[in-house]
Design a protein around this ligand. Structure first.
Ligand code: NAP
Length: 324
């Protein structure tokens, strides 16, 4: 009998056909809410779950006694209780690497857009305001030659820094759990304490994962340490930042501007003050959202779940302990 996979994300027909050669596919749109009878029914026979943004709870796992693997179409897995999965012998697979460069592109787009006021002035032109040559009120700030501070210096952090150092002649500071000597050599990057980075950087860019340790890592004290000309970029997760402290810092001029791909609540509520700030570039969580990269992520997630359910090592196993 074929093993069963719940497909919750958009995979595209060719990938679904690949999986269907080996497994029974149960397509489910909407949340996997174990209080719903139809969800309980499909969970009771599922060996695998594939999708993105999967909020996994112990109650859901209780309802899925045959579950062997969860394959998330993302690199981040902050909505999934990894220890709980490991305890139950369930593998967690994610999709690192294939989205690194695209997410770094988004980060750098936010650097450029915030510093040069690209979206603000483009909207201003479209609104018919360009009637004379511009004065200092509409000037932005340079990016090239400035100091870029990376909070988190893993795959994506290093890829953003590479753009800054090699493309824009920026000096790189980084604050990270472990040192990265190879990147220090390649990019001239310098590791420092978070406070020093906040005080010295012209651009502060967050790329740490959301964990219990990094929740609200950046708050009022951290914004107060930044230069008043400083620009804050977040392409990690909204909850790494205390958003009300960010709003306060932007309103009071503690920092100059922000470029944000992620928010504490997504979609960003229509009442968010961030939406009315000219010095904020807000994107709808599009870090990895290109046709090519989303396809590569879906392919990787499919490969991971297929290998795991066939008893072979998946390409990206988060909880290595589960196989011991
Ligand atoms: P990664 O390679 O694991 O990099 C994360 C880095 O953060 C690592 O270098 C790690 O240090 C460091 N770190 C972890 N906890 C830390 C802490 N408490 N203090 C200081 N440094 C810490 O992951 P990645 O592939 O770069 O992805 C990073 C995050 O980006 C993901 O978790 C996800 O949330 C987010 N993301 C967002 C989007 C988007 O659409 N906006 C897209 C992709 C990813 P070590 O190297 O010492 O382990």
């Amino acid at each position: 009998m074929k093993k069963s996979i719940i497909v919750t994300g958009r995979l595209g027909d060719p990938l679904k056909e690949t999986l269907a050669q080996h497994f029974e596919l149960i397509e489910h749109s909407g949340p996997l809410d174990p209080t719903q009878q139809d969800v309980l029914d499909i969970l009771s026979k599922a060996h695998g779950i594939i999708g993105s943004g999967l909020p996994i709870t112990p109650e859901l796992l209780d309802a899925a006694p045959a579950l062997e693997v969860i394959s998330t179409i993302s690199v981040g897995y902050d909505s999934i209780p990894v220890d709980e999965l490991t305890k139950r012998g369930i593998m967690l697979c994610n999709t690192p690497d294939v989205l690194t460069e695209t997410t770094a592109d988004t980060g750098f787009a936010l650097v450029m857009a915030s510093a040069r006021r690209v979206t603000e002035l483009a909207e201003w032109v479209k609104a018919g305001n360009w009637k004379a040559s511009l004065g200092p009120d509409h000037f932005g700030n340079d990016v090239h030659g400035k100091t870029l501070g990376m909070i988190g210096f893993g795959r994506i952090g290093q890829a953003v820094a590479r753009r800054g150092a090699l493309g824009f002649g920026m000096s790189i500071l980084y604050s990270n759990a472990s040192p990265k000597p190879e990147r220090e050599k390649e990019l001239g990057a310098k590791r420092c304490e978070l406070n020093e980075l906040l005080e010295k950087a012209d651009f502060v860019c967050v790329t740490v994962p959301l964990t219990a340790e990094t929740k609200h890592l950046i708050g009022a004290d951290e914004f107060a340490r930044m230069k008043s000309s400083g620009i804050f970029i977040n392409i990690a997760r909204g909850k790494v930042v205390d958003e009300s402290a960010l709003i306060d810092a932007l309103e009071k001029g503690t920092i100059k501007a922000a470029g944000l791909d992620v928010f504490e609540q997504e979609p960003l509520p229509a009442t968010s003050p961030l939406l009315n700030m000219a010095n904020v570039v807000a994107l709808p969580h599009i870090g990895s959202a290109t046709h090519e990269t989303r396809q590569a992520m879906a392919q990787r997630a499919v490969d991971n779940i297929r290998l795991a359910l066939q008893g072979k090592p998946p390409i990206n196993l988060v909880n290595e302990d589960v196989r011991q």
